[in-house]
Ligand binder design. Structure first.
Ligand code: FE2
Length: 416
């Protein structure tokens, strides 16, 4: 039996007695009832975009990440495009809504937030976790009071029929899905009709060709971590809820005092390699927005959440350790992608001495997601140097302010 509490604790942030008590109790129970050993890696992640955006988004991902286009599933009101690196890292499902007037639960999650409402169908939806016994996992989770959409719900949502889909988390707004698959079988999504679309294939092939020509294709590795931002008061419950739904353990939290924020990391108990099952990171303000005027503290994380809603902020992909043309690979990758007109929020930060270098791209106009590149040196296995996180958080906050200004001015223009 796996011992989910048996991993060393990292970090410097103090948690509440509530968190520490329930962390141990929840994970011990998860281990004892067999859930930890029935739930495995993140097998896929799901992103939804507005009508007309999926082809360009797939081209963007083909250039900036190692993903390949596989096929498209057509259902009544959606296209679901399947992207894959290989069977040792998660698939990426890009789902496009066909009709801009369609309304649904995922759109509702965007519409109550001022910037989120501008791209009502664009958001990260959640993960599909591979399980060895779908029925048993769902029954155990239902006994623990988690709720699922059920077969009819999946049909209405046009989600694959062979996965169990949880109701969105009140803390992260993400869904958590389960799919049963023996390791020696390919991933199959039971949804609609499968076709390889010429227009998608052509956009993908052109971007992949460009990635080869830029000599970056072999340097960009699978997803390293997925970073979700939540309201400050939801930090501990968001982590505990995710741990209850998954087979992840609590790695630790770092206080980023400069930015009035913390970064909280969870990792899969079964796979030490992030490429196999990305780390899940949660970021939250240390104090809620309504005390900022008293404390005069910066608040980039909570400002993001208030504008977009709790949601995934960035997905990080790893860059192979080493050098190209006399510069570290991350510098080479970023320079080559910049040469294609793609923006970044700051320069590459960190150093070999600190163990890693990192950078944030600008947010995608299709998904609103930022891509982080991270190169680790030697055997460094951490997620950040503290100075890096403060700088990254600050840079993302500056972009956020610009977006807010744009959103406000376009609202003004619409009224005029
Ligand atoms: Fe990150």
């Amino acid at each position: 039996m796996t011992n989910s509490m048996g991993f060393p604790r990292q970090g410097n942030k103090q948690n509440s007695p509530f968190f520490e008590d329930y962390l141990g109790r929840l994970l011990d129970e998860r281990d004892h009832i067999g859930l930890t050993d029935m739930i495995h890696e993140i097998d896929a992640i799901m992103i939804t975009v507005d009508p007309g955006h999926s082809i360009e988004y797939i081209a963007e991902l083909a250039l900036m990440t190692p993903y390949h286009y596989l096929t498209s599933l057509e259902s009544d009101t959606h296209w679901t495009h399947i992207l894959r690196v290989d069977m040792n890292s998660p698939d990426l499902l890009v789902r496009e809504v066909k009709d801009p007037n369609i309304r649904g639960i995922f759109r509702c999650l965007n519409e109550v937030y001022p910037i989120g409402a501008h791209k009502p169908n664009s958001r990260y939806m959640g993960e599909i976790l591979r399980v060895t016994d779908l029925k048993a996992v769902v029954e155990l989770q239902q006994e623990r009071e988690f709720r699922f959409f059920g077969r009819d719900g999946n049909r209405r949502l046009e989600m694959p029929e062979n996965i169990a889909v949880s109701k969105p988390s009140p803390y992260t707004h993400n869904i958590c899905c389960y799919m049963q698959r023996p390791l020696d079988q390919l991933r199959v999504y039971a949804l609609g009709t499968s076709t390889i679309r010429d227009d998608v294939q052509n956009a993908y092939a052109a971007a992949k060709h460009k990635q080869e020509a830029l000599r970056i294709a072999d340097l960009i590795l699978p997803i390293d971590h997925l970073a979700t931002r939540v309201y400050s008061q939801n930090r501990e419950v968001a982590i505990l809820q995710w741990l209850s739904l998954s087979s992840y353990y609590y790695w630790g939290s770092y206080d980023i005092k400069d930015q009035n924020s913390s970064t909280n990391v969870t990792k899969n108990v079964h796979y030490a390699q992030e490429a196999r099952s990305p780390a899940k990171v949660f970021t939250a303000n240390n104090t809620p927005y309504f005390v900022n005027h008293l404390e005069k503290l910066p608040s980039p994380t909570e400002t993001f959440v208030r504008n977009y809603g709790p949601r995934l902020h960035h997905l990080a992909v790893a860059v192979r350790d080493g050098e190209t043309d006399g510069v570290e690979n991350i510098e080479h990758v970023v320079a080559q992608i910049k040469s294609q007109g793609r923006g970044f929020l700051l320069d590459v930060i960190g150093s070999k001495d600190e163990g890693l270098k990192q950078i944030f791209s600008s947010a995608s106009e299709h998904s609103s997601l930022i891509i982080e590149y991270v190169q680790r040196f030697g055997d460094f296995d951490g997620f950040f140097a503290k100075d890096n996180v403060a700088q990254l958080t600050h840079a993302a906050g500056v972009e956020e302010e610009l977006n807010q200004l744009q959103a406000t001015s376009s609202l003004g223009a619409a009224k005029a």
